[in-house]
Design a protein around this ligand. Sequence first.
Ligand SMILES: C[S@@+](CC[C@H](N)C(=O)[O-])C[C@H]1O[C@@H](n2cnc3c(N)ncnc32)[C@H](O)[C@@H]1O
Length: 87
Amino acid sequence: MKQHGHPAMFPEKLVLRALKLFSFRGDVVLDPFNGAGTTTLTAHHFGRNYLGIDCSAEYCKTAKQRIADRGEILRETQVRTPHPIRH
Ligand SMILES: C[S@@+](CC[C@H](N)C(=O)[O-])C[C@H]1O[C@@H](n2cnc3c(N)ncnc32)[C@H](O)[C@@H]1O
């Protein structure tokens, strides 16, 4: 599934199913490979707190924008990218 400029997004329905199975309202959902932010968007809509991490600053921007585009104010959300790994 390719949308929002990301080549491998999860379908929202799949994320929603997992979110409802494994968390309750008010829980914190962590996605360390958040990509275009399907997990954080779904968590936002279903009353979870959330933290999304991705090594791509561009995808982090997309993830934040997707939440903002739905007309809702970002709460304490801060999307950070890790420092590049040096080998
Ligand atoms: C399959 S995609 C996740 C797609 C996401 N579930 C969505 O719906 O948009 C995996 C993501 O992991 C990120 N990634 C890969 N290695 C990483 C790392 N070491 N640390 C953080 N993010 C990483 C990639 O940039 C990519 O966006």
